[in-house]
Design a protein around this ligand. Structure first.
Ligand SMILES: C[S@@+](CC[C@H](N)C(=O)[O-])C[C@H]1O[C@@H](n2cnc3c(N)ncnc32)[C@H](O)[C@@H]1O
Length: 274
């Protein structure tokens, strides 16, 4: 196998691994994910059982660009980054899309362990997490800079019969969107790692600005590593601590979720103390 085929194989393995781990027992969702991968037309002879191979994989597959990730990088780096993300959505270049929320988020919602009121999912993509968070006691708002993502999220919401008053989708830039209230909960999954490193301070300041005192920020530290370039940009827990702690965010819950997102990803809940 040539090195480029090997990398492509690794990337396919990773995507399928993430996907299958969540939905291997859910045939409907599983087929939906498989369809997504086929649409990206690099599935080749890949079979569903190959996902096991990927459990051995290291972070390298993100640093070494597969064709899909390389294309995402090209599109999001051009003049207008917002437009680039929309182009990815229109072209079906969404390698981050797992087809469902992380099991840990579903469990916390089931246990009613997260704050009610207003929740925001920045960079919500197809909106799985918005739909998971939406409830009678919580209005969940999904923000994405892509019109196409919003369209797909609304279609998903309507197909699931979730009331639009509980799960709202808006298009805009996280850094300057005029929200009409502060949030009790913000859930960031693969949004922070999609942003260029020079936006990190602005990301943290914006979180401080839009979250109520005593409100909660949930971050998923992923993908953990030290490679160059992105998106996704390599993450580690210290990056978050250095940005958030001086602003009054205190972590009170950390869980390794390697079983849900490779490798060694950490689910962290922060409370805004002041
Ligand atoms: C890596 S994707 C993650 C999507 C989703 N959170 C998920 O896990 O499936 C990042 C998302 O953030 C959106 N995005 C990027 N920059 C943004 C910005 N400044 N404001 C709002 N959305 C943005 C992109 O359109 C894309 O849908």
């Amino acid at each position: 196998m040539s090195p480029s085929c090997h990398l492509l194989f690794q990337h396919c393995s990773l995507l399928l691994s993430v996907f299958c781990k969540h939905s291997v027992f859910n045939k409907g969702v599983y087929l939906q994910g498989l369809k997504t991968l086929r649409k990206q037309s690099f599935l080749g002879n890949f079979t569903v059982t190959d996902y096991r191979v990927s459990q051995q994989l290291s972070l390298q597959q993100f640093g070494s660009m597969s064709e899909t990730i390389s294309r995402v990088r090209q599109l999001t780096e051009k003049g207008s980054k917002m437009e680039g993300w929309d182009d990815c959505w229109k072209a079906g270049l969404t390698p981050w899309d797992r087809g469902s929320s992380l099991p840990i988020l579903c469990e916390l919602c089931k246990e009613d362990a997260l704050p009610n009121g207003y929740a925001l999912v920045p960079g919500c993509g197809r909106g799985y997490d918005v739909l998971t968070l939406a409830s009678a006691a919580r209005v969940a708002i999904g923000l994405d800079c892509s019109e196409e993502a919003k369209k797909q999220a609304e279609q998903l919401r309507d197909s699931r019969g979730v009331p639009s008053q509980r799960a709202q989708f808006v298009v805009g830039n996280f850094f300057d969107f005029p929200f009409s209230q502060k949030f009790d909960l913000v859930y960031d999954l693969t949004f922070f790692c999609a942003l260029p490193p020079e936006s990190r301070n602005s990301w943290a300041n914006r979180m401080k600005e839009i979250i109520q005192v005593d409100g909660e920020l949930v971050t998923v530290v992923f993908p953990i590593g030290d490679y160059e370039g992105g998106p996704p940009y390599a993450m580690n827990l210290d990056i978050y601590k250095q940005l958030l702690e001086p602003l009054g965010f205190e972590s009170f819950y950390m869980k390794n979720i390697s079983d849900q997102l490779p490798p060694s990803s950490i689910f962290v809940r922060w409370k805004l103390r002041y």
